[in-house]
Design a protein around this ligand. Structure first.
Ligand SMILES: [Zn+2]
Length: 202
């Protein structure tokens, strides 16, 4: 008779944790043991906040950043300069700029970059909304898409699509580690990259 192999609750927990980014099998095991040794009310609080965050956070209708209401904290801040838009790949990249405390513009989150081999074309990322924002008083677009091949290709595509419009198009200065996730770049490097941004057309 066939007896299905049963995976224990502990194994299932380890499997789930190991599915998370940057968590290897060993770390997943360590986390699982830690959770099992944690008081029940703390584990309940953690599982509650996981569900609440996942259900309550949605994309900002203006920029695609994480938001709990229609607009994110940046877009709903009257003191931010809505004429300057920094284009990033993911919401996490925004933290790199917000840490500086000196950037007064707003953002646009693409939710990915162009990657034809993976079937990601202009329609698959948040580009249409970027171009329609450009019709509403934007004077500068800062491209901050990283220096990997897909980031470069996406920047080029945006520059092409903006041809003929009078707004300024810039990119962060060189000096960022190639292909780096912006969220892990230190503040001095970020500040220099932002201040030294270069015009992509004259
Ligand atoms: Zn927003």
């Amino acid at each position: 008779m066939f007896v299905p192999s049963r995976s224990s609750l502990l194994e299932t927990l380890v499997d789930r944790l190991a599915d998370l980014p940057s968590i290897g099998r060993k770390s997943a095991q360590r986390l699982a043991y830690h959770i099992l040794a944690t008081p029940m009310e703390d584990v309940e609080a953690l599982s509650r906040v996981l569900l609440e965050a996942r259900r309550g956070v949605r994309p900002c209708t203006e920029c695609g950043n994480h938001a709990e209401t229609e607009l994110c904290a940046v877009c709903s801040n009257a003191r931010r300069d809505k004429a300057v838009v920094c284009v990033v790949e993911r919401p996490a990249d925004i933290t790199a700029f917000e840490r500086l405390g000196s950037y007064r513009g707003v953002y646009h989150v693409l939710g990915g970059v162009l990657s034809p081999l993976d079937g990601i074309g202009p329609g698959e990322i948040n580009l249409a909304n970027l171009f329609s924002r450009c019709d509403r008083g934007v004077t500068e677009i800062i491209l901050a898409l990283g220096t990997h091949a897909e980031g470069e290709a996406t920047s080029s595509y945006i520059v092409q699509r903006l041809a003929g419009r009078t707004l300024r198009v810039t990119r962060l200065a060189r000096g960022l580690p190639a292909g780096s996730d912006l969220e892990f770049v230190d503040e001095i490097t970020m500040q220099r990259a932002l201040e030294g941004r270069v015009d992509l057309r004259r």
